[in-house]
Write a protein that binds this ligand. Structure first.
Ligand SMILES: [Zn+2]
Ligand SMILES: [Zn+2]
Length: 228
């Protein structure tokens, strides 16, 4: 059987015990793309065309700037600004300025790394669905994970039909996992509130400092630039 993406990283993510295996895959995907855009992509015309066209979002620009190739980044930014300059137009009045503003906002809201990462995450989601149908051990590893963040739950549902004949069991398992995981977050945050004393201190609760970050990650995804 031919998968569109390797299954080994999917296995690793589902066995990692983290709050969302897809966030884990997203983190490693972004790290790989940042490395790519600081290395081979700098001298590859096809990549440069895409960078000139779409640019980078703020979060990914910060990660690129934190990397070890300032020259490579500057080269990409010089031709990206060339491309932007060609698209800006002078405006005659306030009404035209509003229209130009919309164009500028669109022009500045694209990111080649976000776009590529989204495509890869979609492939990871349907690979998991295919693995659920075809790999004997995967359903049990899947059932043992701690669900997904809500954006990735939506992504998993969107691609659930890729489980083919197993789609019905797969969507039932997805729902069960996600609701169990959310119920745990619900219980933990309630307990966290109940344990607060009048001095505003949380006492006697093990791992109290992890409860609120876990709830945030469950609702919105791990805070990795570009994660959406
Ligand atoms: Zn996630
Ligand atoms: Zn981005």
């Amino acid at each position: 059987m031919r998968y569109h993406i390797q299954t080994a990283p999917v296995w690793d993510a589902y066995k990692s015990g983290c709050g969302c295996p897809m966030c884990r895959l997203y983190g490693s995907t972004v790290a790989r793309l940042i490395d790519q855009y600081l290395n081979e992509a700098v001298m590859e015309p096809a990549y440069r065309v895409r960078v000139n066209e779409a640019g980078f979002c703020a979060g990914h620009l910060r990660l690129l700037y934190g990397g070890a190739n300032k020259l490579g980044l500057a080269l990409q930014l010089s031709t990206r600004t060339d491309a932007i300059l060609k698209k800006l137009s002078p405006v005659a009045d306030g009404k035209a300025a509003k229209k130009e503003a919309q164009k500028v906002a669109r022009l500045n809201s694209t990111c080649v790394i976000c776009d590529t990462a989204d495509e890869i995450m979609t492939r990871y989601a349907y690979t998991a669905a295919q693995m659920y149908e075809h790999e004997n051990d995967f359903p049990s590893a899947f059932a043992a994970c701690d669900g997904f963040c809500m954006p990735h739950y939506a992504l998993m549902l969107t691609n659930a039909d890729r489980a083919g004949k197993a789609a019905k069991t797969y969507v039932a398992a997805l729902y069960r996992l996600q609701t169990e995981s959310l119920k745990k977050i619900n219980r933990d945050t309630r307990r966290f509130c109940e344990m607060f004393d009048y001095a505003g201190q949380n006492k006697g609760m093990k791992d109290a400092e992890k409860i609120v970050p876990a709830a945030i990650n469950k609702l919105k995804g791990e805070i990795i630039p570009g994660n959406r």
